[in-house]
Ligand binder design. Structure first.
Ligand SMILES: Cc1cc2nc3c(=O)[nH]c(=O)nc-3n(C[C@H](O)[C@H](O)[C@H](O)COP(=O)(O)O)c2cc1C
Length: 213
């Protein structure tokens, strides 16, 4: 996650963001709480990426204090404005997604994704834990299923994925259409992201059944 609130310092982004031609598909994630910052950040990385993601899921105290990450799940209208601003700046075809955690009251999560959907967001990744939950607690797959049933936008399930059997279980329990589901996780302790992506035309990735990066 790159923090966008300081993106008026263009040099800061250039220092933080490096990539190369083989680093594809590439979605760059930002932590931001301003439409202007998010849209400018999107515009700056657009030439080098397949899409951007707004982090609405980071549970860390410093992020909440800065008004980014998980704090944004309390501000659906702001998130809608931020996605819209990025789309307006970069074009409708540029992939803009968000990643959220679930609320204590799942009705808030449903309301949130419905409002977010109205922004034109390309997909929503749902980490099935609340802000206060530890990663040792199981992910709430029923909550992800509830979200999936409430909206038409593609939903990406996130959390508690260790192998392809887990992927298949998640697809089964959440009711998410397989071609619309991917699961991205950082294995605990390794720091190396892994990504399983059943193909779907909504995601700017090569047409492979599973990527493991
Ligand atoms: C050290 C660490 C750093 C992480 N940083 C990010 C991050 O910057 N953005 C993000 O969306 N998720 C981040 N995550 C969360 C993972 O991407 C993912 O949501 C999570 O590992 C999946 O849930 P699991 O703990 O059940 O595997 C991080 C996780 C860890 C352990």
């Amino acid at each position: 996650m790159l923090t966008a609130p300081v993106l008026h310092l263009a040099k800061k982004l250039i220092l933080d963001f490096t990539t190369n031609a083989s680093d594809r598909p590439l979605i760059v994630q930002f932590g931001a709480h301003s439409s202007t910052d998010f849209a400018r950040a999107a515009e700056m990385v657009k030439p080098y990426t397949d899409g951007i993601n707004l982090n609405c899921g980071c549970p860390q105290t410093w992020a909440i204090q800065e008004g980014i990450g998980c704090k944004l799940i309390q501000q659906p209208q702001l998130v809608k404005e931020m996605v819209r601003a990025a789309k307006d700046r970069c074009g409708e075809d540029f992939c803009v997604s968000i990643k959220i955690r679930i609320h204590h009251d799942l009705r808030e999560t449903v309301d949130f994704v419905k409002i977010a959907e109205g922004s034109g967001v390309d997909y929503i990744t749902v980490h099935g834990r609340r802000r206060s939950q530890k990663s040792s607690e199981p992910v709430n797959l029923e909550a992800i299923a509830l979200v999936k049933s409430a909206v038409g936008v593609p939903i990406v399930a996130n959390g508690d994925v260790f192998n392809l059997e887990d992927v298949e279980k998640i697809v089964g329990v959440t009711g998410v259409d397989g071609k619309f589901l991917s699961v991205i996780r950082v294995p605990r302790g390794s720091g190396k992201p892994e990504c399983w992506v059943p193909f779907g035309s909504w995601l700017p990735v090569p047409d492979k059944k599973y990527l493991n990066i």
